[in-house]
Design a protein around this ligand. Structure first.
Ligand SMILES: [Zn+2]
Length: 389
C-alpha cells in the first residue's frame, strides 16, 4: 500500500480557475447509502459487491463488544478477511498514524477501511483510508452528525482542541446505517442531530442567494443540494416529535427512520454541496468556552447558531417557527439553556462573537456581520426563547 503524502486541497482543484472563469458547481455524495434494521448483518455482502481481499476495521470499544463478532462473521461469510483495531478516542494525526501502522501488516494489504462509531472514529477511519488511497465505509452508531457521508474530516490535537479540516479526494464507498444500532444511542444524540440537520437548509439558502458564497470545497452550491436541504427541514418539522416518541417508547417505526435519514443523509449531502453560513460559524465560535465545548454536542451549539443567524437575517417568521420546533423536540434556543449566562459572562460572550466572526463562512451572510449585530442577535435569541419577543 502506497501512502499519499500530499494533502489534498479542493480549493486549489475546484476554486482556482483560469482567467477568472466563473466558479463551478459541485455536488458530492457517498457512492451508496444503505439504511435499515439489522443491515449490519449483511455488511460483508454489500462490501463484496465493490471490494475483495482484506478489510481494516476501526471500531470504538463499546461497539467492539456489541458488534465485533457480527462484523467478522458477515465479512468472513463472503470471503473477506479482516484486521481490527480499537479507536483510542481522538481523531488526531497520531491516531491516524497508529491505525495505518496496525493495518500495514506484511503480506496482507487491506483494500478498504470500515469505521464503526461516532464522528471522531469515522473521521479517523476516513483519514487513514485517504492516506492509503483506499475507500472507506462508515457505520455511524448515532444519528447526531454529518460525519458519515462527508469527504472531509476534522482533526484535533491530542488534547481534543480543534486543529484543522482535512479533505479526502473521494466520498465514502458506503454509508451503512443500522436503525437498531442508532436506536440504542441516548435520545439526546438524535435530538442534537436534528439541530445540526435543521440548520442545513437555512445555511444552504444563504449561500445560494449570495453569489460570492462557496461550499467547503470551493465551489458554488447546487440546486440539488438546496432541494435536499429543504426536504431535510420539512421532514424534521413533520416527523421530529413523532420520531422521538417512537424512540422513547422503544418501538421505532417510519418516523424514526425518516429522521435518521434526514440527520445523516439529507443533512450530510445538503451541507457539503449546499454550503455553510452564520449558524455553523456561531457553533464553532461557541467552542471557545471550555464548558460548552466539553458538555454540549455539536448539534446543540448549531441550534443556538441557527437562531442567531435567522435573527441577524431578520427572518422573524422562520425564527419563530424554529423556536416552536426546537421547544417541541428539546433543542436549546439560547445560551442559558446550556448553562451559560450571557450577562454574567459578558466578556466570554464577546470572545465567542470574536471567534465566530473569524470563521470563514460567516462572510457568506448577505450583509456585513459586525460584533454588535451578532452579539445582539444571540441575546435576542434568548428573549425569543423565553417568549419575550
Ligand atoms: Zn454540523
Amino acid at each position: 500500500m502506497k501512502q499519499s503524502t500530499q494533502a489534498f486541497d479542493p480549493n486549489i482543484t475546484y476554486q482556482k480557475r483560469p482567467n477568472n472563469a466563473e466558479h463551478i458547481k459541485l455536488f458530492v455524495s457517498p457512492y451508496q447509502y444503505i439504511q435499515g434494521k439489522g443491515v449490519i448483518n449483511e455488511i460483508g455482502e454489500y462490501i463484496s459487491l465493490c471490494v475483495s481481499g482484506s478489510v481494516g476495521i476501526l471500531i470504538t470499544p463499546g461497539r467492539e463488544r456489541a458488534l465485533g463478532t457480527v462484523l467478522e462473521k458477515s465479512l468472513g461469510s463472503v470471503g473477506l478477511s479482516s484486521i481490527k483495531t480499537i479507536f483510542q478516542g481522538e481523531s488526531s494525526l497520531l491516531e491516524v498514524e497508529r491505525v495505518i501502522a496496525c493495518f500495514q501488516k506484511p503480506g496482507m494489504p487491506i483494500n478498504v477501511i470500515i469505521g464503526v462509531g461516532g464522528g471522531k472514529c469515522l473521521d479517523t477511519a476516513r483519514m487513514a483510508a485517504s492516506k492509503l488511497n483506499i475507500p472507506v465505509v462508515t457505520v455511524p452508531t448515532t444519528a447526531s452528525t454529518d460525519a458519515p457521508t462527508a469527504a472531509h474530516s476534522v482533526v484535533y490535537d491530542e488534547d481534543g482542541v480543534f486543529d484543522r479540516v482535512e479533505f479526502s479526494t473521494i466520498s465514502p464507498l458506503l454509508v451503512l446505517v443500522d436503525l437498531d444500532i442508532v436506536a440504542n444511542a441516548p435520545p439526546r444524540y438524535l435530538i442534537a442531530g436534528m439541530g445540526d440537520a435543521y440548520s442545513t437548509y437555512f445555511e444552504a439558502r444563504c449561500c445560494m442567494e449570495n453569489p460570492d458564497a462557496l461550499t467547503a470545497r470551493g465551489a458554488r452550491p447546487t440546486m440539488a443540494a438546496l432541494a435536499i436541504a429543504r426536504q431535510c427541514r420539512d421532514v424534521l418539522l413533520e416527523y421530529g416529535v413523532e420520531a422521538l416518541q417512537e424512540l422513547k417508547s422503544g418501538c421505532i417505526g417510519s418516523a424514526f427512520s425518516r429522521i435518521v435519514e434526514a440527520n445523516i443523509l439529507l443533512s450530510g449531502i445538503g451541507f457539503e454541496s449546499g454550503g455553510l453560513a452564520g449558524a455553523h460559524a456561531v457553533a464553532q465560535g461557541l467552542t471557545v468556552c471550555r464548558d460548552l465545548h466539553k458538555n454540549c454536542l455539536h448539534g446543540e451549539l448549531v441550534a443556538i447558531g441557527v437562531m442567531s443567524q435567522l435573527i441577524m437575517e431578520k427572518r422573524m417568521e422562520d425564527a419563530k417557527d424554529t423556536a416552536i420546533f426546537f421547544r417541541a423536540v428539546g433543542l436549546p434556543l439560547h445560551l442559558e439553556q446550556l448553562g451559560f449566562d450571557p450577562i454574567k459572562r459578558n466578556a466570554e460572550l464577546d470572545e465567542i462573537v470574536r471567534r465566530s466572526l473569524e470563521v470563514p463562512f460567516m462572510k457568506y451572510e448577505p450583509f456585513e456581520v459586525t460584533h454588535n449585530l451578532l452579539k445582539s442577535a444571540i441575546i435576542e435569541a434568548g428573549l425569543l426563547g423565553k417568549g419575550k419577543l
